[in-house]
Write a protein of this length. Structure first.
Length: 204
């Protein structure tokens, strides 16, 4: 009898989930799959051998990626992260200026709502001021890492407008704004330009 044997790689699905597909450019379902080399007999896997690696497969376009693709936030995750990042940014900005100034508080609430937190109000802002988030730096940095340069500029400009609402920028407010810019991933020179442009626009 003729025996046909050999070696082949087979994939086994170990988990499912949602991710941002680098090929589709949108949120998609994925399959996380483990590849293993098998000894085959009559083209059927008989003896498992070495594990080859793991991949992420988009169930829509069928393209395969390394596990690093799972580190990209989905659109839904970004929508949830941005208002949290803005809350983390405006709290130190308000604290560095006049946190009781009505105009500054209204501007802060407006900025946070602009990033999707429609129910955010002055009471929620006061709660943040009373107990600032301990991971503010990480929250802003995580959001900044996923934003385009233009989106980072807009984010910083929004915090500058909050600081300007109670009057001209103080040294303390400028320092906080530079820190926010750094967490967003903007260089000092870039941050200076955004802050100066926003100040100039506010005066016109």
């Amino acid at each position: 009898m003729l025996l046909i044997f050999g070696f082949a790689v087979f994939f086994r699905t170990v988990s499912h989930g949602d991710f941002h597909c680098p090929h589709c450019g949108g949120d998609r379902r994925y399959r996380r799959r483990v590849a293993r080399r098998w000894f085959t007999l009559f083209f059927l896997p008989v003896i498992p051998l070495t594990r080859v690696g793991e991949i992420v497969e988009c169930t829509t376009c069928r393209n395969r990626f390394g596990l690093g693709a799972l580190r990209l936030p989905t659109v839904r995750q970004m929508e949830a992260a941005l208002p949290v990042a803005m809350r983390a940014a405006v709290v130190p900005v308000l604290t560095a200026g006049n946190p009781d100034h009505t105009g500054a508080r209204n501007r802060a609430v407006e900025a946070i709502r602009g990033y999707g937190a429609a129910d955010f109000d002055d009471d929620a802002l006061q709660a943040d001021l009373d107990e600032p988030p301990g991971d503010a730096e990480d929250v802003i940095a995580t959001a900044g890492a996923q934003l385009t340069t233009e989106a980072r500029e807009w984010f910083l400009a929004q915090t500058v407008r909050v600081a300007l609402a109670d009057g001209a920028l103080s040294d303390a407010e400028r320092q906080v704004l530079r820190q926010v810019a750094s967490r967003l991933g903007l260089t000092p020179a870039h941050a200076f330009g955004v802050i100066a442009t926003t100040e100039r626009a506010a005066r016109e």
